[in-house]
Design a protein around this ligand. Sequence first.
Ligand SMILES: NC(=O)C1=CN([C@@H]2O[C@H](COP(=O)(O)OP(=O)(O)OC[C@H]3O[C@@H](n4cnc5c(N)ncnc54)[C@H](O)[C@@H]3O)[C@@H](O)[C@H]2O)C=CC1
Ligand SMILES: O=C(O)[C@@H]1CCC=N1
Length: 284
Amino acid sequence: MSDTASDSAPLLPKDQAPFWAFGAGNMAGSMISCWLNNGLNPKDMLVIRPSGKPVAEGVKVVTSLPEDGSTPATLLLGVKPQMLPQIAPALAPYITEKTTLISILAGVELETLRHFFPKAKSIVRAMPNLPVALGKGVVALCTDKLTDEQRKCIEKLASTLGIFEWVNENQFDTATALAGCGPAFVYRFIDALAQAGQKLGLTADQALPMAIATVEGAASMAKQADITPAELADKVASPGGSTRKGMDVLDKDEALYQLMDATLEASFKQNRYMAEKAKETIAQ
Ligand SMILES: NC(=O)C1=CN([C@@H]2O[C@H](COP(=O)(O)OP(=O)(O)OC[C@H]3O[C@@H](n4cnc5c(N)ncnc54)[C@H](O)[C@@H]3O)[C@@H](O)[C@H]2O)C=CC1
Ligand SMILES: O=C(O)[C@@H]1CCC=N1
């Protein structure tokens, strides 16, 4: 894992601009706002989205692809994976031998992206998660080929969003399940922790902030500690105390581990399914 890019280069080198975003919903929108907050020049950015809704001060938003002959040096593809076959034919002519294409589409493989965008200089799959909005996200990355300069630029962009990790493409769906989907699982856990507290007598106004702060504090501590989370758990559990009694419930028949295995496996399988569906469209 890395949280720093290799040097103090600008967020987007001149030769990697203009930077277009095709589709800017929850995820691409969060990435863009983090980059803008960290020095991306809004003038380097063009957002193409059907709603035409503004993104940020100074960023041009259009509802369809420009027809003035302009092309992007870098393009962030942020539509839903199922949209790819519909949007690719119109977008492909804009993706030239000079373009770095960054796709955040869950499940859609490099080979499929290469089929739709054959001329792209490089294609990068990036799997961010929602906390990138705060610069506290996780970004899994893989690519088919990159020059050193492009790699530096990608790492700079990714490190601004949080920490990044290069993975093999055969690890990508697992990274997606763990980190891309992971915030949703953690939010569920927080909600469940708070609801359990309410059932035992706290009000919602008391339980929810306590649950959120407990997870935030525990995660910060796990990040800094020189022992593993499993060992930290044992430090909280005093012999004969109440934590152990609670952990006995989580640990019985490895209940929590089994639940997380099944959870990640279900997400992983859906990523594989989306990959196969996207591949079917290129076989037709
Ligand atoms: N939400 C999340 O936590 C994560 C999402 N992703 C990926 O991000 C992508 C988008 O997901 P969300 O942001 O959650 O969905 P979303 O529905 O918020 O965003 C989709 C965007 O695509 C745009 N769009 C639809 N048709 C278009 C067209 N013809 N031309 C241009 N733009 C078009 C929509 O206007 C919208 O801005 C997906 O591929 C997903 O796999 C990846 C990691 C995490
Ligand atoms: O649910 C999804 O498909 C995307 C991928 C990771 C997070 N959201």
